[in-house]
Design a protein around this ligand. Structure first.
Ligand SMILES: C=CC1=C(C)c2cc3[nH]c(cc4nc(cc5[nH]c(cc1n2)c(C)c5CCC(=O)O)C(CCC(=O)O)=C4C)c(C)c3C=C
Ligand SMILES: [Fe+2]
Ligand SMILES: [Fe+2]
Length: 340
């Protein structure tokens, strides 16, 4: 008997469930030097993150960085730690709960961190145990970089290698120029700016930095950031024609040249050149984290005010708010097309 003998309306029978794994970078389990050391040791040993041969890099990492940085970073984490733990972990968990509420019985949603916990391998195992035969792995990085997106996929690949029976797998592509992402960012930033007690002259769009050589080696990250910023800027030109928009790169690490201009330098130069009122946003982060809450909202503010600025506001990421979950839902639903 061939398929043509089946009634035309014969339903497609889906055996097994659909799973979604939201992934973000990772964070220490506690804001103490020991936990931060464990986190940084794993993160900075990833060859996608530090592209220096291990023979050269590991002695520097073990002998210098991991003996000095954890204490300093732990102090920074302590300033932003919440009752629910690290902001990045708490917000990612809330995003997974928000997406689960939207998808209902259509899919099982879990979340994982590329480094530390919850580990990607464990969460993928949990989805299998829950009966998922199709899984979407969704790294929540709007802009692709080898250090973030590809590294998350490496962890997925490691998990694949250790399993006999695998589900069908899909991954979420970068969404740096997705109209839904740009519209969500513009609307949410405009809403936050409208609620400020002052009118900013400048909106600084600060992206996480990368070593400049990654750009010359073909990483699209820099181009993706620039495009996101241009598209957000085009929308603000329509709604806020007097608002000046500048793009910068934050969180410089190590001795190599990083993408420029640096956020801290721009804040100081703007203040010295007479800019008084600034709002800063981080459209490359889907969730607030140490880099936005401490580096921008605390140190950025101090730098700007000390250099002569009068008003400073750090705007929130999309996080697990209505606009954030709307965006994640639309990105995920598109990737699940044909599965749910
Ligand atoms: C959003 C994209 C990110 C890119 C690109 C990225 C590249 C990158 N980062 C480092 C070094 C560090 N990053 C740290 C924290 C951190 N980085 C991202 C995101 C990107 N990083 C996030 C979301 C966070 C916050 C984590 C949290 O717990 O809240 C840190 C640790 C903190 C510290 O000690 O300062 C380091 C170190 C490199 C070297 C790099 C590119 C090669
Ligand atoms: Fe980083
Ligand atoms: Fe930082």
């Amino acid at each position: 008997m061939t398929a043509s003998h089946l009634p035309a309306e014969h339903p497609v029978v889906r055996t097994g469930k659909v799973g979604v794994l939201l992934v973000n970078l990772g964070t220490p389990d506690a804001p103490d030097a020991k936990s931060v050391k464990r986190y940084l040791g794993e993160f900075l040993s990833d060859k996608r993150v530090v592209e220096i041969p291990s023979l050269v890099w590991q002695p520097i990492l073990r002998g210098f960085i991991l003996t000095t940085r954890p204490k300093k970073s732990a102090h920074a984490y302590q300033q932003v730690w919440s009752d629910e733990g690290s902001p990045l972990a708490a917000i990612t968990a809330a995003q997974a709960r928000g997406l689960q509420a939207r998808l209902g019985d259509a899919a099982i949603v879990r979340h994982a961190m590329r480094y530390q916990s919850p580990a990607m391998g464990k969460e993928l195992d949990a989805l299998l145990e829950q009966g998922c035969e199709r899984i979407l792995v969704a790294p929540l990085y709007p802009q692709y970089s080898a250090a973030t997106t590809a590294s998350a996929l490496d962890a997925m690949a490691d998990w694949i290698k250790g399993r006999r029976r695998l589900p069908a797998l899909r991954t979420l592509p970068p969404y740096h120029d997705d109209p839904a992402a740009i519209a969500a960012l513009h609307a949410d930033l405009a809403r936050q700016i409208g609620a400020l007690a002052f009118a900013p002259e400048l909106l600084l769009l600060s992206f996480h930095g990368m070593p400049e050589r990654t750009l010359h080696r073909g990483d699209p990250y820099h181009c993706h950031c620039r495009k996101t910023a241009r598209l957000i800027g085009e929308r603000f030109a329509q709604t806020h024609p007097d608002l000046r928009i500048v793009t910068s790169f934050q969180s410089r690490f190590g001795r190599a040249k990083w993408l420029e201009p640096a956020t801290d330098t721009v804040l100081v130069e703007e203040a010295r050149n007479g800019t008084k009122r600034v709002a800063i946003a981080a459209p490359g982060f889907s969730a607030d984290c140490l880099e936005t809450l401490e580096e921008l909202a605390i140190r950025g503010r101090d730098d700007f005010l000390a250099a002569g600025g009068s008003h400073f506001a750090a705007l929130s990421c999309l996080n697990a708010g209505e606009a954030g979950i709307d965006l994640i839902e639309s990105l995920v639903r598109r990737e699940l097309s044909g599965w749910i």
